[in-house]
Structures are given as C-alpha cells and as structure tokens.
Design a protein around this ligand. Structure first.
Ligand SMILES: NC(=O)C1=CN([C@@H]2O[C@H](COP(=O)(O)OP(=O)(O)OC[C@H]3O[C@@H](n4cnc5c(N)ncnc54)[C@H](OP(=O)(O)O)[C@@H]3O)[C@@H](O)[C@H]2O)C=CC1
Length: 430
C-alpha cells in the first residue's frame, strides 16, 4: 500500500517539525516553501528592490534560532520544494485536497494530497489602522513588518503607533538615533511591562501547571503586580500605568522604555485623530505634533491564508456574527486550535499565541496529526461537539482578555500542551 501523501505549507519551525514527524510516522511529506530557505518568518532578511515584500517580520535586533540543527539532523531538505508558492487549495469529492502551486520561473502545477498541514504562521500580513488623512501625509508611513534597522530613522521625528512588543522595542531602538520619538497608545495607558529575566531566568520559565491551571486569576494578578512593582516599578510619567489586570492582555517584555520616558526621548501620546498634509499629526486629546518625518504602524498582523477560502479558518457567516468587528478580523474557529470542524484532512499548526515558546507546541501538534492520520488516535468527534469546544474556548478568551484582534489566538503553554498530550494512545505511539 502506498504511504499517505501529506502537503505541508511553509518550512518555518512548525513546517520543519511537521516534516520530521511525517517521516517518523512513515508518511510521505512534500513541503512547499515560498522562499529559498528554511525558518520562514523567523529568518531575518534585508529589504531590497528584489525583496520588497518580505516574509519575515524580524528586525535586525530580534534574537532568533533559525532551526538549522533540526534540518540537518533529520535530513529534511529533500522533502522541501523551495521557491514554490501555494496558490490555491480545493477539496475534492473524496475529501482529498488538490494543491495548485507555482515554482519561480516555472509553469503552475497541481498535485493531490491525502492531507494538508498549514504551517504558514500568523505574522506575515500587516494590519493597518485607518486614520483620516493617511493618503495626504507627505512623510514615510510603514508597518513594523518592514522595519529593519534604526539607522534608517537617524535624526528624524518619528511616531510609532501601537504598544505591543514591536512598538515598544522599535521606539526604544529609535530613541538612540531619532531626534524625537512619539508612541501612541489607543488604550490611553501603557501595557503591563514585565521583566524579561527574573533572578537570572527568563520570566516564562516560572510558568508551571500549578501556576497557570490551579491558581485563581486574582492571585496570579497579585503576584505579577508585586513582581513588576519590585523589579520595574511604575511608569516615571504619572497616569500611564495600565488600568486592566496583567492577565487581561498579551504581555510586553522589558526594554529600557522607562529610561527613555524619563529622559524624554520617547513621548507617549493617545491615538491619532488625523494626519495632515503639512506633516503634522493630531491626537485624540487635541494635541498636535509638527514636522513628523515617519510613522511606523506597529499595529499587529492579520491572520490570513490567501490560498484558502477564509471561512475554512474563521467559521464563516453564522460564526462571525457572534463577534465584535475587530475581533472577527482575526477570528480562528478551529477544534483543538487546529481543525476546521467541517473540513476533514486539513490542519493549521502554530496558530496559537502562547505565553511561552511556540516550538514545543508545534511539535506536539504535528505528532497529534500524524498519529491521527496513521490511526493511532481516534478521529474527531461530531461537528456539533467540535463547535461546542471552540465556542467555549473563545468564550474563555473573551472573558480573560480585553477585546482586540491581537487576542484571538492566545493560549497558555501548559494547558495547550496538555490539551493534546494527555491522550494515552498518543503518548504510547510517541
Ligand atoms: N522581542 C520579542 O520577543 C518580540 C515579540 N513580538 C511578538 O510578535 C507578536 C506581534 O507583536 P506586535 O507586532 O507588537 O503586534 P501586537 O498585535 O501584539 O500589538 C499591536 C499593538 O497595536 C495596537 N493597535 C492595533 N490596532 C490599532 C489601531 N487601529 N489603532 C491604534 N493602535 C492599534 C494594539 O493595541 P491594543 O492592545 O489596544 O489591541 C497593540 O498595542 C506578538 O506575539 C509579540 O509578542 C514582537 C516583537 C518583538
């Protein structure tokens, strides 16, 4: 009998884990990778005329592990079709998937697969705000996806929009070279800023099952607030400390942001109300800054899969009606964070924003899927049960996090691993 054929889309860390696991389970994987290299969105690439729409969102100072070891050790390269973009996936009457793709400089081709593992990540397509006057502003406007090095902004007056990790990192980098940096927060406050290291260890290493699963959130919030108070302290500019609890948002990690606030190289502003032709910018508190050279929108990413009908990922009409306008832009309606209830033989991996590293979960997801393809673990429950699980998960996210497009795929490290790893047949098989 021939081996089941599996299409893997993307050779980033999640795609590489998927190839490795398919090989281990005696499946036949073909990985389609749009670029000429592995590591996908996690590989730093310069922006140039030839590479003006980069895959990677990494700026030069982000420290990354490009997964070279796994590629070499498990001999994954022969399974990857580089420079090959998947254009379209269609489901066939026998529930297999037709993959239409094109390799650079060649004709389009089609191939049928028993299963598809989508591993393209969620930091590829910039989300932009919509401000009055954006089309009239004469300065440079870019999304943080296109930001690479601070020297491009030397001696410039720059406005950074958004206070996630990108906005905070970039504004601090720029503060060393720009003549003035402004950062806008649409919440009116700064986010919770947590120490990167605590007693010499990365802060996420203090996560434990007991902490994340058993402690009530008011106790967790108390501990985090106390840690922040004793390590970082409050904002040096009064009135900017967050009004929500630490557990209500994706955390932001410490840079020397507060140093920059105190010496004035970064000034915090509320959201923008309009941009003007004379390069001035007005804010919601009726203040105005003049002569702005550049705006960097660090406003996060859209979760998109251009080769697929979006309702496969977000559940479509009836499901979308349940959510707020912004939240539904990035809604992911997947059973166990991977499986669209109505579409068999396809899974999305790495679509969880963990507080902790994503790579162990990607690997666990790949193992779960290949165990299911090989029949070591049971297939899915009925569609109604899958929808119920997703609905409950989304309700718990909405209860915990404030409503924002950045919070639709949040996950806790241990719960997400346990959600897959506690199935006995799965453990025995691996
Ligand atoms: N060094 C590191 O470890 C880094 C990690 N990252 C990770 O990459 C991921 C993406 O981060 P990032 O690029 O910061 O994106 P995020 O989605 O995390 O943050 C986006 C920011 O933009 C704000 N925003 C969104 N839409 C608007 C709007 N229309 N008007 C004004 N403000 C808006 C959000 O506000 P609100 O909160 O109100 O939604 C939020 O402050 C995260 O997981 C992050 O942790 C990124 C950079 C560095």
């Amino acid at each position: 009998m021939s081996k089941p054929q599996v299409a893997i889309i993307g050779a980033g860390p999640t795609g590489l884990a998927s190839i490795k696991q398919c090989i281990a389970d005696n499946l036949d994987p073909v990985c389609f990778e749009a670029t000429s290299y592995t590591a996908g969105l996690w590989r730093y690439t310069e922006i140039s005329e030839e590479n003006n729409d980069p895959h990677s969102s990494c700026y030069n100072s982000v420290v990354i592990n490009t997964s070279k070891e796994i590629v070499e050790k498990f001999q994954l390269i022969p399974h990857i079709k580089f420079n090959t973009t998947v254009l379209n996936l269609t489901i066939l009457p026998d529930k297999r998937w037709n993959v239409r793709c094109v390799t650079k400089g060649e004709e389009e081709t089609e191939q049928v697969f028993d299963y598809v593992m989508v591993c393209t990540g969620h930091h590829r397509y910039p989300r932009l705000p919509n401000y009055q006057g954006m089309d009239q502003f004469q300065g440079n406007q870019i999304h943080s996806h296109f930001y690479r090095v601070p020297s491009d902004f030397a001696n410039k007056r720059v406005v950074v929009v958004g206070c996630g990790n990108s906005g905070m990192d970039i504004s601090v980098e720029l503060s060393g070279v720009a003549s003035q940096v402004y950062i806008c927060t649409r919440r009116g406050t700064l986010p919770w800023i947590l120490p990167r290291l605590l007693h010499g260890k990365p802060i996420d290493h203090y996560n434990s099952r007991f902490y994340t699963t058993w402690l009530p959130s008011f106790v967790k919030n108390y501990f985090i607030k106390r840690t922040v108070k004793t390590t970082i302290g409050p904002s040096p500019i009064p009135g900017l400390d967050p009004k929500t609890n630490p557990s209500n948002s994706h955390p932001t990690l410490k840079t020397n942001f507060y140093d920059c606030l105190s010496n004035g190289t970064i000034i915090v502003k509320p959201n923008i109300s309009r941009l003007n032709k004379d390069n001035s910018i007005e804010f919601l508190d009726n203040t105005k800054v003049e002569n702005i050279d550049a705006i960097i929108y660090a406003t996060g990413y859209k979760i998109e899969f251009p080769f697929l009908d979006s309702k496969i990922v977000n559940g479509g009409g009836e499901v979308l009606k349940m959510f707020d306008e912004e939240y539904k832009e990035n809604l992911v309606w997947l059973y166990k964070r991977m499986f669209p209830p109505k579409y068999p033989n396809i899974a999305f991996l790495g679509l969880v924003q963990l507080i902790g590293a994503i790579f162990p979960l990607s690997e666990m997801q790949a193992r779960y899927i290949t165990s299911q393809i090989t029949g070591h673990i049971p297939s899915h429950p009925p569609i109604s049960e899958m929808n119920k699980e997703i609905k409950e998960h989304q309700a718990s996210l909405q209860k915990r996090y404030y409503t924002s497009a950045r919070h639709t795929i949040q996950g806790d490290y241990f719960q997400e691993l346990d959600n897959l790893g506690t199935i006995p047949a799965f453990l025995c098989n691996n």
